[in-house]
Design a protein around this ligand. Sequence first.
Ligand code: NAD
Length: 338
Amino acid sequence: MGAKVKLCLIGTGRAGMIHAENFCTNVKDGEMAAVSDVDAERAQAAARELGVEKWYTDYRKAIRESGADAVIIATPTKFHCEIAVYAAENGLHIFCEKPMAMSVPECQRMIKAAEENKVILQIGFMRRFSEDFARAKEIAYSGEIGEIVMIKSLTRGPSTPHEWMYDIKKSNGPLAEVNSHDLDTLRWFSESEPESIYALGGNYRCEAAREQYPDFYDTVILNIRMKNGIIGCIEGAQGVGYGYDARVEILGTRGMITVGDLKKNSVVTCSKDGGMKSDIVESWRNLFETAYEKEDKAFIQCILEGEKPLAGGEDGLKAVAMVNAGNESITTGKIVTM
Ligand SMILES: NC(=O)c1ccc[n+]([C@@H]2O[C@H](COP(=O)([O-])OP(=O)(O)OC[C@H]3O[C@@H](n4cnc5c(N)ncnc54)[C@H](O)[C@@H]3O)[C@@H](O)[C@H]2O)c1
């Protein structure tokens, strides 16, 4: 490996380009070597935008021939496993966006491949790199709010889902796409694993999906009992329109902590006609900008120093197991014991 870790982005969509831009600007020990996307126009446009020469439509060729030391996997979830295993077998370190994969066996294959080939496997749970989230956890365990009783975590996104997300069999639905972060936060904050899960979902906004994808839900609520007795409540919604909403509440026996704010800044406008108004957070890109940057820096640090990632394969696997249990509960209407 040279002085800088060379990266190849696989999947040049929304999430992928955030990481690639970080590696081009804010992460000093990393540099973009190549991009790959099944869509040639997208691959070419991304290469141009990032100022990298090499672009590919076949991720296998990119992994073998680009000279990269590591991959950033940001394709639709159903491809994560095959790409990660191929990258590991070719000796490349892996940063894989959440959700880690579609199923627990897929996650196990990825973990095994990374271990056998001695490469880093980091999962894109960037909330673990948010200073606010880390501070909330620190306070929760300082004793200030007594014993933790309940953790509520919600994520609601403004935009209509991509079509590939409508097919639950191909995407695992909003529980995976939207709530993976909340599920990871619940494990991280409760320091425990789930015992039982009960979930309810419904499609209230995505008219386009209704006929072809009757199983699709755009709104979901999931209740969890953790093994240490803490109760969790996860809520998710897509296409809410009003903004990007990610908030957590930790309830203790003697107080509570909240993290997250709908307000984009501290500006409040009061007028005769408009009442009281504030600017709203529009996108996860803005809300977690610093956290994405920190997780990208941490990935390079893990590669260079051989450190264990803050969010690794086991964390990805546990979230996928919870997603699958939640989807099973929505389908069967039953409580699923983990
Ligand atoms: N951490 C986060 O906050 C966050 C935010 C958004 C998305 N994500 C995750 O990132 C992943 C991608 O989501 P997105 O919203 O960026 O999707 P997207 O649809 O915007 O981009 C996906 C890209 O992958 C390309 N692609 C599809 N199959 C491919 C293959 N086999 N090889 C190479 N390229 C391929 C597509 O052409 C597209 O350009 C998902 O797993 C999603 O859950 C994470």
